[in-house]
Each structure stands twice: as C-alpha cells, then as structure tokens.
Design a protein around this ligand. Structure first.
Ligand code: HEM
Length: 506
C-alpha cells in the first residue's frame, strides 16, 4: 500500500512540477544512453550497469569470469568495461580467422589512453607507422639472431655464479632472474650489460614493475573516455610517463648517443646499429617514422616487454620445479645424459658450439613448453582493434571496440589438454618419444602481430633453465612449504613472492 502511495505521489509531482519532469527526463535519457547496446555486436551478458557496464561481473579473477562467459555466450562475445566495448575472441578457429587469415584487418591497436603514451615504438603503433617499425625491428632481430645463443650462454654463466654466491641460503630469485634476462637482451640490443649488484638494475626493475602495475590498474582511465579532461593525476597516468622518461634518461639515451657518435656502415654489430643504419637509409624518405625518437621507443618496448614476460616465465618455472621435484629430476637426468662431458671453457651444459632452443633433448623441451603453458603469462595477449567496422563469425565488430585474443582459451582448454591445470610435460611427448606440439600452443601469438622475438625468448628460457637444473637442486625455504599457485592480478600474472634455496649440485 505504501509503495502504491509513493508512486502515486511521484507521478503527481512530475505532472505538476516542470523542474522534476526535466530532471526525470534527462536522467532517463542518460540511463538509456549508458545501457543501450549497438545491434549485431557479439553477445554479451544481458544485465548491464549504467556507467560501469559489466565491470562488477569481472570482479575477482577476471580470467575465470571470461572462461564462464565463453561457456554461456560462445567463442566470440563482448563485455562493456565502463563505456568501452571489449570483444573477446576465443578458440583456435576464431583466433586464426581474425589474426592470421585476416591479420591485416585485425592488426590495429585500440586508440586508448595507454597506447597514446607508448606511441612511436612498435608495440602500440598501427597502420603504416607500425609496418615501418615492425620491419626495422625484424631486420634488427634477424641480424643479431645467430649470436644470441652465445650471449645467452655467457649470461647463464653469470646467472649461475650469482646464484652460487647465495650459498644455498633462502632467497627470492626474482631480481637475479630479471637481471639475467635484461642483460641477455641488452647484450645484443646495444652491446652492454650491467653488474647484478649495480643499483641501476634495481631502479630499472622497480620502474618496470611500477609501470606494469600502473598499466594494469589504469584500465579505468583507459576505458573511461572523459578522464583525459580531468586535472591532476587521479589515475597515475602521469606517474607512468615519468617512470618511462627515467628509463629513457638513465638507460636508453646514453647508449643511443654513444652509438650514434660511433656509428659506421662497416661495423653494424648490434640491434641499435641496424636501426641507425635504417635511419640513415630513410633520411630522404618523406614522412618516414624510421627516426631517432621511434628508435628509442622501440628499444624501450623490447626491454620492457622482453624482460618482464621472460623473467616472469622463469619465476613461474622455479615454482613448478619446487612443486614437481620428480619432473625436475627427470629433465635434469636427461640433460646430464646429453651434456655429460663438460665444456672445456666453462663446464656447463649445451656447450658443443652454441645451443639454440631447438637443440635440447625432447623431455627437457616438453618441460619448457609446459612451463610456458601453465605460466599462461599473456592470457589475453595484447589488445587489438580494427580501423573500420568489420564482421567476424557473423557479428559486427565496430571500429572503436577493443579486441582481446584469449590465449587463455587455448592454453587452458579442457577439450584440448584434458587436465589443463595439471603440470605434466609428458603431454608434449608423442608415442615415439619425440616432442609434439598441438596447434593450440601459441604463447607468442600468431600472424603478422605475433611476437617477433619468439626464437630469442625460447633460447633464453631453455638455456637458463638448463643451467639452473644442471647446477642446482632447488628446495623451499621451509621444508614442505611450497610456493602458492595463486596468480597475482595484473597484465602479467605473477605468483606471490616466495623464497627458496638454490643448493649447488656436484
Ligand atoms: C616468454 C617470453 C615472451 C612471450 C610469452 C611473448 C609473447 C608475446 C605476445 C603474446 C605478444 C603479443 C602479440 C599481439 O597480440 O599483438 C608479443 C609481442 C611482442 N613481443 Fe614478445 N614475448 C616474449 C618475449 C619477448 C622478447 C624477449 C622480446 C624482445 C627482445 C619481445 C618482443 C616483442 C615485441 C616487439 C612485440 C610487439 C609486436 C607487434 O606489436 O608487432 N618479446 N610477445
């Protein structure tokens, strides 16, 4: 009865008061605008909150939520994060169609606030600029590739010494692993490496880590269209820019200046030399983006993304070694069989000539693949977009949508792996005892936007893990207390911090 009276009173007020009528009309219009959905777009959950869209549905473990939505809505579905339409592409068939067969149409990056910050490099660019940066990046990586296994093995020896210096005391290996990966990359990118104790290394990783956290947290300003008009730095976007500037000033700019001064066509040695050569070759090309500021941005892209994803995978590898000692022993035994004769130079595995990722024995390779599958380090790859409206699997893909290829839908698919949550390298070994990799295993993505350094990354992972298994047995800080398998929130899901003991093997 009281509700009936209240409604009656409200209608009476709206009818008699023009001000209230205006407020109600405008609010209804805003509400309708915020929950209306364009026609023909991929299916999305029917209930949508005004302003924040489907954000509450994705609270907690958002990857789990996306897995549930895939079951309910199909291989291509959509969600609204605030006012931003996000389309998630799942399963091998849809991912291949969009990003391989129609790779040109789906290669674009969305026009989000975060991408604005990273423009000029290769990762966040699109169209002609991206094609130019991608071409030079691939040229540079191809040029250094033959020497990479040697650089990586040299760094693996430094990594081994640094771990030995800890004398089996409990320690968090995160910093050392980051330093080793960073040094491997800088060795062939601009022929420099830093001592593991150099305070600059710690500074760089702190900035990388902060940027990663900000990058993940700043999804809100990314998808909240009006934030760029706000004063101040509510969402730490300016902080992110300051962090990037610091890395440029302390790491990239000094080596860039030195290389530019000393550049000679006769001595093109590292990645940066190749880029400088291309700048020279493009000097008279009108409108080219092959220029100094792009070169510095590409160096940042390689170092930031290359270090964080590769080191995060290695950190997960230590978790799996601790949790699955029998698997580690099996991989170790196989390595010992192959590398029984120590190298005259450093007595380390993989020594007759330089070992690329492909040269290791089958079970060890399967072990590295399983580490990458279970670490599932880029569950949504990177954000894509289309330049103009397209159709995919019969659905309309608007030009302003963010498109996420779900690598998680491949790496963790029960129909493909049966027991995807179990760490079991045997799944990559066929009855003949050879490595066999299902097409769903694409940790480096596919098509024209796939990771251009996949071979280099695999060499780093295999070499470092071979050295670690060969030289150490790893134990938890407290016997029986294994590190957690929980995944921290963020763009690159890391395990919670843990300590372990690296005991030197004879
Ligand atoms: C375990 C290590 C690595 C993994 C799992 C990985 C994975 C990926 C993935 C999933 C993409 C995104 C493709 C997309 O959706 O657009 C990507 C892009 C990229 N990766 Fe990696 N990556 C790794 C290591 C590296 C390293 C070491 C480097 C550099 C030395 C590197 C350089 C790049 C670049 C430049 C791109 C951007 C390509 C473009 O936008 O055209 N990656 N990587």
């Amino acid at each position: 009865m009281s509700i009936y009276i209240a409604v009656h009173f409200l209608i009476d007020q709206i009818y008699n008061s023009p001000n209230i009528s205006i407020v109600v009309t405008v609010s209804s219009l805003l509400l309708w605008l915020s929950i209306r959905r364009p026609y023909d777009i991929p299916p999305n959950p029917w209930f949508i909150f005004p302003i924040i869209g489907h954000r509450p549905l994705l609270r907690g473990d958002s990857i789990q939520c996306l897995r549930r939505l895939r079951k309910d809505l199909g291989e291509v579905f959509s969600v609204y994060i605030d006012a931003q339409l996000v389309i998630v592409v799942n399963g091998l068939a849809a991912i291949k169609e969009a990003f391989m067969t129609r790779g040109e149409e789906f290669h674009w990056r969305p026009n989000t606030r975060i991408c604005d910050l990273f423009h000029f490099g290769v990762i966040c660019n699109s169209g002609r600029e991206w094609r130019e940066q991608r071409r030079v990046t691939e040229l540079g990586l191809q040029h250094v590739s033959p020497g990479v296994p040697v650089f990586v093995r040299r760094e693996a020896a430094h990594l081994t010494s640094a771990l030995q210096e800890e004398e089996g005391k409990p320690m968090d290996p995160k910093m050392i692993l980051h330093a080793a990966v960073f040094n491997s990359l800088t060795s062939f990118i601009f022929s420099r490496r830093l001592d593991y104790k150099d305070t600059l290394l710690e500074k760089v990783f702190t900035r990388f880590k902060e940027n990663l956290e900000l990058f993940s947290d700043s999804k809100f300003p990314n998808f909240f269209p009006f934030q760029k008009f706000l004063m101040g730095d509510f969402f730490d976007v300016k902080f992110l820019r300051i962090n990037m500037t610091e890395i440029h000033q302390k790491v990239i700019n000094p080596v860039f200046e030195e290389h530019r001064e000393e550049y000679s066509d006769e001595q093109v040695v590292d990645f940066l030399d190749v880029y400088l050569r291309e700048i020279k070759a493009n000097k008279n090309v009108k409108g080219t983006t092959v220029e100094e500021k792009s070169c510095q941005a590409v160096l940042y892209d390689l170092l930031w993304h290359g270090t964080t994803v590769t080191a995060a995978t290695l950190y997960w590898a230590v978790v799996f070694i601790l949790r699955h000692p029998k698997v580690a022993d099996k991989a170790r035994e196989e390595l010992a069989g192959v590398f029984a004769k120590p190298d005259a130079a450093d007595g380390q595995p993989g020594v007759e000539g330089s070992k690329a990722a492909t040269d290791y024995p089958a079970y060890f390779k399967a072990f590295v693949h399983e580490v990458q599958r279970c670490a599932n380090i880029s569950p949504l790859s990177m954000a894509h977009a289309v330049a103009k409206e397209k159709f995919l699997k019969g659905y309309r893909i608007p030009g302003d949508a963010v498109i996420l290829p779900s690598l998680d839908s491949l790496m963790m698919d029960e129909d493909v792996w049966g027991d995807p949550r179990v760490f079991r390298p045997e799944r990559f070994i066929n009855p003949e005892g050879k490595l066999s990799v299902p097409p769903e295993f694409i940790p480096f993505f596919i098509g024209i936007r796939g990771c251009p350094a996949s071979g280099i990354a695999q060499t780093i992972l295999s070499t470092f893990l071979a050295y670690i298994l060969f030289n150490f047995s790893i134990e938890p800080e407290v016997a029986g207390q294994l590190p957690s398998m929980e995944r921290k929130k963020g763009l690159i899901p890391m395990p919670p911090d843990f300590k372990s003991k690296f005991l030197i093997r004879r």
